[in-house]
Structure formats: structure tokens, C-alpha cells
Design a protein around this ligand. Structure first.
Ligand code: ZN
Length: 256
């Protein structure tokens, strides 16, 4: 059986642990800080099997060297980004097997936040780094709007029940923006309520599901008439494609 847990790190990052409960071997996603990882491993007596890296931002990779020194784990990450410690460079593929006891992994290329950003799909769990967030999406650093839009399209075509494991706790702030875009969307209102309840108990707002994101995340709703209207109002011009709507929403969010 798999046990997935969020290890809070830095300001608002989550380092995801994917543990095979029979062997206690654990895959560690985006260790931006080694300290909380080492603490959790020691407390729970886990055995690190591999590090999985979605992209090269420092808050996703800064813990790698210390963990490799300590545990001698292999490091899997994007081929298209310069991350020196990666010894298993990846591009989109299916059926990646790290160890026989660990589940097969599908790699998705999802550039946009950064140019070589990848995601790890394990059963129905998507580890999408800084591409899709709860009710939001990543900023455009080395990627661009067109790439990000098509990566989000690719994610939105996964099965509805797919669980979304993002790398940051941004959901509440993102929902304020979602509400500004769609003030009459009752799913957004419900999610604001549900998320506040989770956060008050000190629990992560994640994982969400693709169903929830499709109903509440403005960046996955660029074809909805009310989202188009809001983006047109923001930009002061008529927008004829979903990509144009996405591009304006991203600019709007950057200034929000
Ligand atoms: Zn990033």
C-alpha cells in the first residue's frame, strides 16, 4: 500500500513523501530543504529510495545534495533543466520503474512555469510541482503562456478523479483571485469555506482533485463565458481564443 504525506518546508512548500508501507521505502518529491526530510525519515524510520525532482527552482532542489550524501539516493528529474545532481534525466515516458516494490511512474512534460518542468503520475496521483496549484497555476518564469496553457490542457485531460499534489500551499490566496474572476461561482464559494476549515485545523488544502480544479480554477476555465468576460473586462479588449483568455488571466493574477 502507498502512504502519501506532506512534509511542510520553507515558507509554504510541501515536500511529498510517497511511501510503500510494506517496505517503508519512500520516494521524496522536490526536497527544497533537507532538514524536515531528515527529521521525518528518522522519526518514522523510513528508507529513502529516490528523489523525484519536478523542476530546478531553488526551493525544490536545495536539499538534494545533503540527502544524496546522507542516503546515497538516485535523483530523477527533468532532462531539459540544468540541475547538476540529477543522475536519471527524464523526459515524458510511461512505465518508469525505480524499484520492483514501488509503483510504476508516468512522466509528463509540462513546461510553462519553467522550460523543462515535468510531473510524476503515480496511479491516480499527480505530482505537478509549480505548474498547477490549488485554484491557480505557476508564474511564467523560463516558460511562456502558450506552453503553460497547453500543459494545463494536458493535465485537464487526465481522469477526473486524479488527485492533485502541488508543491505549495497557495490555495486560499488563489481562491481570492478565483472569486474576483467568477464572483457568482458557487463551487468557488464552497471551496473557500472547505479550505478555511482545513487550514484552521492546520491541515494542508491538498491534494485536491481534477474535478475540483475544473470547477474552481480559473486557469482551467478559460473557455467559460463568465471567465472570458472577466478577462476581457480586465484587458479592455475582445479575446478570441482560450489562450488569449489564459494570458490575460495570468497577467491579472500577477498584479492581483
Ligand atoms: Zn518553481
Amino acid at each position: 500500500m502507498l502512504n502519501i504525506q506532506a512534509i511542510p518546508a520553507l515558507n509554504d512548500n510541501y515536500i511529498w513523501f510517497i511511501e510503500d508501507t510494506d517496505t517503508r521505502r519512500v520516494l521524496i518529491v522536490d526536497p527544497g530543504d533537507a532538514k524536515p526530510v531528515i527529521e521525518a525519515i528518522e522519526q518514522q524510520q523510513l528508507i529513502p529510495a529516490a528523489l523525484l525532482i519536478t523542476h530546478g527552482c531553488h526551493d525544490h532542489v536545495d536539499g538534494i545534495n545533503q540527502l544524496v550524501k546522507l542516503y546515497n539516493t538516485p535523483v530523477y528529474g527533468p532532462k531539459k533543466e540544468t540541475i547538476p545532481s540529477i543522475n536519471h534525466p527524464l523526459i515524458a515516458c510511461e512505465n518508469l520503474i525505480i524499484e520492483p516494490n514501488l509503483p510504476e511512474i508516468t512522466i509528463l512534460d509540462i513546461p510553462g512555469h519553467t522550460i523543462g518542468h515535468i510531473a510524476f503520475l503515480i496511479n491516480d496521483c499527480l505530482f505537478c510541482g509549480d505548474t498547477l496549484f490549488g485554484a491557480g497555476c505557476g508564474r511564467l518564469h523560463s516558460g511562456d503562456a502558450k506552453k503553460m496553457f497547453s500543459s494545463l490542457q494536458q493535465i485537464s485531460e487526465l481522469p477526473f478523479q486524479t488527485k492533485i499534489f502541488c508543491a505549495h500551499e497557495y490555495t486560499q490566496a488563489n481562491l481570492h483571485f478565483a472569486e474576483a474572476v467568477e464572483p457568482d461561482n458557487s463551487d468557488i464559494q464552497q471551496r473557500i469555506f472547505d479550505t478555511a476549515a482545513l487550514r484552521q485545523q492546520g491541515k494542508p488544502s491538498l491534494p485536491s482533485t481534477l474535478t475540483i480544479e475544473l470547477a474552481t480554477n480559473p486557469f482551467l476555465r478559460c473557455g467559460q463565458p463568465n471567465v472570458i468576460q472577466a478577462a476581457e473586462f480586465f484587458s479592455g479588449k475582445q479575446l478570441s481564443t482560450a489562450l488569449e483568455v489564459f494570458t490575460e488571466l495570468r497577467l491579472w493574477k500577477d498584479r492581483f
